[in-house]
Design a protein around this ligand. Structure first.
Ligand code: ADP
Length: 362
């Protein structure tokens, strides 16, 4: 039996039932009794009631109807119905609908009823414990996300200044070993910056609601190409673009950019130098109901058995030293948020094609 005194509310139109209930249980429990449904609601709003017992057959409303009335405002107390066998169908229906935990046949037996009340209270306690745990979990999750987001924001500022200084150093045309070392530092810092940006993207994709704006794919793809042209390894890549867009299209540009950025940067990273001219080809077709984006390359390709795994968080192929395993995870998450479809067509040694179909909102 639990330490805390159980509080019970009992509603019945027959006064003598109430008095005998109170006489039997008042030593063990806090017992509230009433013949009036309005007073019962009042008691519920003023006390932490754990168990509510109601007679089923009452002149103005039935026990099941009383429970229906209180569930929206007082969903937590465990509800039990006192009933004669004549009303059994209504009771079974109420149990099935989750309105009633258990029914107590009349006339009740004191010992049995006591056990039923104790069980009901245990159910109440475990429901409350589960709720508390859920709340704690949600709070911890929100704090963790906030921490990761602000930490990554704070990390970006010094990274950006280091990259700026490195650009200046390069402009001084430092030769020899020093030049080589600066190049290596720049490469590592850029990789770190991409990682930090990915974490920020992950957070934004989770938190930010949909923000529709008119997207001009000619401009958007050019901007992305312009950005990646200066990436390590991009100097050999042929950037190809075809856009068939007949008019304005409203899309969630932030997520479309996340998808394009990650797919294009992967095509650069996973180029196959043995094949001659590496390329990344972005093709966009906007129809009335959807936009289809295809990003294709002639890079190293992805083995069939890895094609599902590449979308997992932090997955990267064994030979890959370039990435952090977040890019395609973010693509998948953004695709889900857009209600889009994603298809991969790739073969080891034969390049990759990613197709994203984004439905238009009306
Ligand atoms: P990473 O930061 O490692 O690039 P991604 O989630 O973007 O992380 O990609 C996961 C893995 O999928 C990569 O490590 C790579 O092996 C493979 N991959 C992704 N895109 C391509 C591509 N265009 N060509 C070949 N392999 C790719």
């Amino acid at each position: 039996m639990s330490e805390k005194k159980i509080s019970i509310l009992y509603l019945d139109d027959e006064e003598h039932n109430l008095t005998s209930f109170k006489a039997a249980f008042r030593r063990d429990y806090n017992v509230f009794i009433t013949t009036n449904a309005g007073d019962a609601v009042q008691i519920l709003s003023e006390n932490e009631i754990h168990v509510v017992i109601s007679d089923q057959k009452m002149p103005n409303l039935s026990g099941v109807e009383f429970f229906e009335l209180i569930i929206p405002d007082f969903p937590d107390p465990v509800r039990m119905l006192l009933t004669g066998y004549a009303d059994i169908e209504a009771v079974i229906d109420a149990i099935n609908k989750g309105q009633v935990y258990r029914y107590i046949p009349k006339p009740w037996n004191e010992q049995e009823l006591k056990i039923t009340i104790e069980n009901a209270y245990e159910l109440y306690e475990s429901k409350m414990a589960l709720r508390r745990k859920n709340e704690e979990l949600q709070k911890a999750y929100a704090e963790l996300e906030k921490f990761v987001y602000s930490a990554s924001h704070d990390l970006r500022a010094p990274l950006v200044s280091v990259m700026g200084v490195l650009k200046l150093a390069r402009a001084e045309s430092i030769d020899g070993k020093a030049g080589e070392y600066f190049g290596m530092i720049e490469q590592t810092v850029t990789k770190l910056d991409v990682f930090v940006q990915n974490i920020i993207n992950y957070y934004q994709n989770n938190k930010q609601g949909e923000l529709l704006s008119e997207v001009d794919f000619d401009i958007l793809v050019d901007e992305i190409f312009e950005y990646y042209k200066y990436f390590d390894g991009a100097e050999n890549v042929d950037f190809q673009k075809t856009v068939e867009q007949s008019g304005p299209v409203l899309l969630d540009e932030l997520r479309v950019k996340m998808i394009l950025n990650n797919l294009v940067s992967n095509s650069i990273k996973y180029q196959d130098s043995s094949k001659g001219q590496p390329y990344v080809n972005v093709n966009v077709i906007t129809a009335a109901d959807k936009t289809t984006i295809t990003v294709e390359d002639n890079g190293v390709g992805i083995a069939r058995e890895d094609q599902k795994k590449v979308f997992e968080m932090f997955y990267r192929s064994a030979e890959n030293q370039l990435g952090n395993g977040l890019g395609l995870y973010i693509v998948k998450e953004a695709v889900e948020k857009l209600g889009a479809e994603l298809q991969v067509d790739s073969e080891k040694g034969n390049g990759s094609r990613f197709v994203v179909s984004i439905p238009h909102k009306l």
